[in-house]
Design a protein around this ligand. Structure first.
Ligand code: HEM
Length: 471
């Protein structure tokens, strides 16, 4: 934490979130709610490289994670695992079970150390679960259960790898200078990965670069909101300009998204990388049992755990909220609970804007019993930004087809030919039980063509398009 200024809110002593009503504890939560942990230069990414080591007393977590990476643990579901690989993986899991149960008290004063602990413990847990043979029950041992659940409670995050663990706080710079800000060009290395491949690193770095490109969008949102406060004719003209710029930024986000094809091979991604960060809800009903949870009466067993997804990127949700796109998918909403709480607060702040952009556009475009020139230009700029977001989602569907649906069909065909059981659609999309958008029909969920995933993404894309204002 040394590199953050002493007045940065993340440097202040943090209250124990489980006992924040104590009168002698400084309440920094209000302060945090004002700051939102959004940097004017780096947006939702932290301005300085995340720490890469926990305090010395927790070193054994770092070491056991390093071991997993160095020994190239394989997915337990791989059909062609050698006896040596199986043994190596069982021995590593044995080491995890024998770890001491360590206290997290030392971390409680540092948001940044807590983040690293969530990341390291989450990564160990995913290695543990997904290196197991698929026939075994999933029991997470107490040395992981207790600190992971305690750290997660402090951060108000679910005890599972999230987008913040694998993207927001998972990069490093080549520079020796800890003050150096990340740039799109400089983001070339991640901190932790399952496979140590450049494909996996690119899968994390592409969205990180998008977060940086999105800083301009956040700035445009802020300027727009300032102008909306004024609300006169000049403000309308300025907002028109900002919305045109916003459409360009979204267009750049689209190009960056498509650039994932340059560094990440779709079949390697689908077969070797993606299975590692599956959550409990993509495990065909295999429950995750958190052993030892009863040892801490403050802990509660999580109800549902989805794997990490860029769907948890606050930036994309912020674009929806700002433009007034009415997203009704419960899955999309649920993804917000996987975001850092300050970023969730940022979304809530945007959503509670007393002067919604759409209202202004509608009023300006319909005033004077007809379209004024300025009103018509604003309407055009607004619709342009909405359509840019729709085109971003079209591009995202191309990526999902290339990286998930295509390889899934390929794998399914190979399985059919080999006579083995066919996977369910839960392999393709994180399920939200009773979600309004996906898989109402359980038969549909059992389909193997990824149709539910397509329906979900199409639904979100179509709702974006519906935000276009027609007068
Ligand atoms: C190879 C790259 C990618 C793949 C394979 C992929 C796959 C998926 C999948 C399967 C979903 C459905 C929900 C889930 O299972 O999590 C999803 C949703 C989503 N992804 Fe991606 N994704 C990729 C890259 C990205 C990037 C770089 C971003 C932007 C930072 C992004 C943003 C989203 C968003 C916002 C959603 C929620 C649906 C929406 O708002 O349109 N994805 N993605």
């Amino acid at each position: 934490m040394d590199h953050l200024g002493p007045n940065h809110f993340l440097s202040l002593p943090r209250p124990d979130s489980l006992s924040s009503t104590a009168s002698n504890v400084p309440d920094t939560t209000t302060l945090a709610a004002h700051d939102f942990d959004v940097d004017t230069r780096t947006g939702f990414l932290p301005p300085q490289a995340p720490i890469s080591r926990l305090p010395a007393t927790l070193e054994c977590w770092e070491v056991v994670l390093e071991d997993a990476i160095a020994s190239k643990l394989q997915l337990g579901e791989k059909p062609d695992l050698s006896d040596g690989e199986k043994k190596k993986s069982e021995e590593w899991r044995e080491r995890v079970r024998k770890l001491p149960i360590l206290s997290i008290d030392e971390l409680k004063n540092s948001e940044i150390a807590l983040r690293r602990a969530h990341q390291v413990l989450g990564w160990i847990m995913h290695f543990y679960i997904h290196s197991m043979p698929p026939s075994e029950a999933i029991c997470i041992p107490p040395p992981i259960t207790l600190p992971l659940l305690q750290v997660s409670a402090q951060l108000q995050l679910p005890p599972v790898l999230t987008y913040s663990d694998d993207v927001l706080y998972n990069w490093r710079l080549d520079s020796e200078n800890p003050e150096e800000l990340p740039t799109i060009a400089a983001l070339r290395r991640c901190q932790i990965s399952f496979t140590s491949t450049t494909d996996e690193a690119e899968f994390y770095l592409v969205p990180a670069r998008m977060e940086l490109a999105g800083v301009e969008a956040l700035e445009l949102m802020r300027s727009t909101m300032d102008e909306m406060f004024v609300g006169d004719e000049i403000a309308v003209r300025r907002i028109t300009g900002y919305l045109r710029e916003l459409a360009d930024v979204i267009q750049r986000l689209r190009e960056l998204l498509l650039s994932v094809r340059e560094g990440c091979d779709p079949h390697r991604f689908y077969n070797d990388i993606r299975p590692w960060f599956r959550g409990e809800d993509s495990q065909a009903g295999r429950k995750w049992v958190f052993e030892g949870i009863e040892q801490d009466p403050n802990l509660v067993a999580p109800k549902e755990l989805s794997g990490a997804s860029a769907g948890q990127s606050t930036l994309i949700h912020a674009l929806d909220v700002f433009l007034g796109v009415n997203q009704t998918s419960k899955l999309l909403k649920r993804m917000q609970t996987y975001m850092p709480r300050h970023h969730r607060a940022f979304l809530a702040h945007l959503a509670n804007n007393p002067r919604p952009l759409r209202d202004l556009v509608f009023t300006a475009a319909t005033s004077d019993n007809g379209q004024t020139k300025d009103g018509a230009a604003l309407l055009d700029a607004y619709n342009g930004a909405v359509m840019a977001l729709k085109e971003f989602r079209d591009a995202h569907m191309i990526i999902v087809t290339l990286y998930v649906i295509g390889p899934a069909r390929h794998a399914q065909k190979a399985l059919q030919e080999s006579g083995q059981p066919i996977p369910t659609a839960s392999d393709y999309v994180q399920q939200a039980p009773n979600d309004d958008t996906i898989g109402k029909d359980q038969e549909g969920l059992k389909g193997t063509g990824g149709t539910d995933l397509v329906q979900f993404l199409k639904g979100v894309r179509d709702q974006t398009k519906e935000a276009v204002i027609k007068i």
